[in-house]
Design a protein around this ligand. Structure first.
Ligand code: FA5
Length: 342
């Protein structure tokens, strides 16, 4: 009797050793545990046995059945684990042992200059602020003394949303927010992306960056403005920079200026970068208009301040000798890859 079970056990072991996959394992299960399997067959023959033999055989068969069930389950787990291992091995995404061949990225030239400026101004006690790209008409125009129908709006046509908000045309759109946030005295810079409905050419984009700065305190004068501009530009170009102010009109300044720098490339002698004039127009600025201070909750009788709106994109172009603004938004790695070492 026992020999019958041992024969089955040996057969099971030999077939189990030959199993290579889940399909083979399932076939083995059906062959031994299925309704028409070997174990059922033997069980059926037990009906004709006398009681003692039937009991003995029943015990053997129950033990064998338990053994078969357990070994099938264990082998199932092993096969599953092997399958997953194979899958991982063949899946290159998970092969962390492969050498990394993707080239390292680099900071965008504008980001490089922006971070440099943030460091320079932080060291002079300025807070670095951020502001939204979608702003209200009030922020962008009214709060900086450009009422509805003012002709200055024509120069800054932009993209309007259905709800009346717009993509900001100038970082000056954050002036009111900054004045209200800090009150007086305050020193802050706020770089940001600006948008204008512009004919695109080598020096004009529809999307570009500016960096605005403001300083408000008692007795702030144009000398303070010149000092900070000169210090900042000398740091950026790593040499002493000569600046000059020309009158410029901005409704939010009184007086307003265009700040030019003596060309840092030819020292003012004239070259292609300064279009042979020796000077480069770089940074509109001025003393903050009393109306703007008032709208920002600051008493213009007590406080004065300066503001500037540096063309960050143009400064980055100048610093890195980039001849066409369109490279900067192009996503062209050929153009942008050169700044890897900076
Ligand atoms: C202004 O935007 C004023 N808000 C600046 C200002 C701030 C003046 C505070 C006084 C006080 P303007 O439109 O000139 O000014 O733009 C400032 C700078 O942004 C320009 O000198 C230029 O460098 C840059 N800029 C303007 N339009 C574009 C454009 N389409 N593409 C690239 N850069 C631009």
């Amino acid at each position: 009797m026992n020999s019958k079970v041992e024969e089955l056990r040996a057969r099971f072991q030999s077939e189990m050793n030959a199993v290579r996959d889940a399909e083979g394992l399932e076939k083995l299960r059906v062959a031994f545990l299925g309704k028409k399997g070997f174990i059922t067959d033997v069980m059926k023959t037990m009906r004709d046995m006398d009681e003692n033999d039937r009991k003995e055989m029943g015990r053997y068969m129950n033990e064998f059945k338990a053994q078969v069930t357990q070994e099938l389950a264990e082998q199932g787990k092993k096969l599953q684990a092997r399958l997953e291992e194979e899958k991982l091995k063949n899946d290159v995404r998970y092969d962390i042992s492969l050498p990394c061949e993707s080239p390292l990225g680099t900071l965008h030239p504008i980001t490089i200059v922006q971070r440099e400026l943030e460091e320079i101004f932080s060291s002079m006690g300025f807070a670095v602020e951020d502001y939204a790209e979608v702003v209200t008409e009030y922020d962008n125009f009214e709060a900086v003394n450009v009422p509805k129908h003012h002709p200055a709006r024509d120069m800054q046509d932009t993209y309007y949303l259905d709800n009346g908000e717009l993509l900001k045309t100038q970082t000056s759109a954050a002036q009111n927010f900054i004045l209200r946030k800090y009150g007086a005295p305050c020193r802050a810079i706020f770089p940001g992306r600006c948008f204008r409905n512009e004919d695109v050419d080598a020096s004009h984009e529809t999307t570009f960056f500016q960096m605005e700065g403001m300083m408000v305190d008692t007795d702030i004068s144009i000398s303070n403005l010149i000092y900070f501009m000169k210090t900042m530009l000398s740091e950026v170009f790593k040499k002493d920079i000569t600046v000059r102010l020309r009158p410029g009109f901005f409704p939010f300044t009184e007086p307003g200026f265009e700040l030019d720098i003596q060309c840092p490339f030819c020292g003012g002698k004239g070259c292609a970068t300064c279009k042979h004039g020796g000077w480069i127009e770089l940074c509109p600025c001025g003393m903050i208009h009393p109306n703007v201070l008032r709208m920002g909750g600051i008493d213009p009788e007590k406080y004065t301040g300066f503001a500037f709106g540096l063309g960050l994109t143009r400064l980055a172009m100048m610093k890195f000798g980039i001849s066409d603004i369109r490279y900067l938004n192009s996503g062209s790695l050929k153009a942008l890859d050169q700044f890897k070492t900076l």
